[in-house]
Design a protein around this ligand. Structure first.
Ligand code: DQA
Length: 148
């Protein structure tokens, strides 16, 4: 089983970027933890990062080989109908993750355009949001496999 992780814009700066909000772990460190967990869960992982809305849409459109997606759309969470529509179009279960709890931040961050097409959302657990997201994605994909 293959899972795709998508990191959105500015997440390549993790570790240096607003560490009081997003934590001190770099994206490479988070990716290493994700790969370690994937091994434990016996799933394959592809991990991508893009600062571009269209690049993220392309990744989602080309994700048919994956059993599930884990996506942190970052700032596009709050603005991107295109990413929302791409997730709706591919019909692959998507877990939306955020390091910070977007619901207790600025008003403009409290609205997610992605949430209504995501299987579910994990928000506010720092880098652990990704690990919880991967566990959720594997569990959803396994449940889907067992009914099909
Ligand atoms: C974020 C929250 C977004 O509002 C913000 O634009 C990000 C990161 C998070 O992981 O907490 O870049 O998605």
């Amino acid at each position: 089983m293959k899972i795709l992780i998508i990191h959105g814009p500015n997440l390549n700066l993790l570790g240096k970027r607003e560490a009081n909000i997003y934590g001190t772990k770099t994206l490479d460190e988070i990716n290493a933890l994700l790969k370690k967990l994937a091994k434990e869960l016996k799933v394959e992982l592809d991990i991508k990062q893009s600062n571009h809305e269209g690049g993220i849409v392309d990744l989602i459109q080309n994700s048919k080989q994956y059993a599930a997606l884990v996506i942190n759309p970052a700032a596009y969470t709050h603005t991107s109908i295109a990413i929302r529509d791409a997730i709706a179009a591919v019909e692959i279960p998507a877990v939306e993750v955020h390091l910070s709890n977007i619901h207790k931040r600025e008003e403009f961050r409290q609205k997610s355009l992605i949430a209504s097409v995501a299987y579910g959302q994990i928000s506010g657990f720092g880098y652990e949001s990704y690990l919880l997201g991967l566990r959720a994605a594997v569990s959803i994909a396994n449940a889907k496999k067992s009914v099909s």
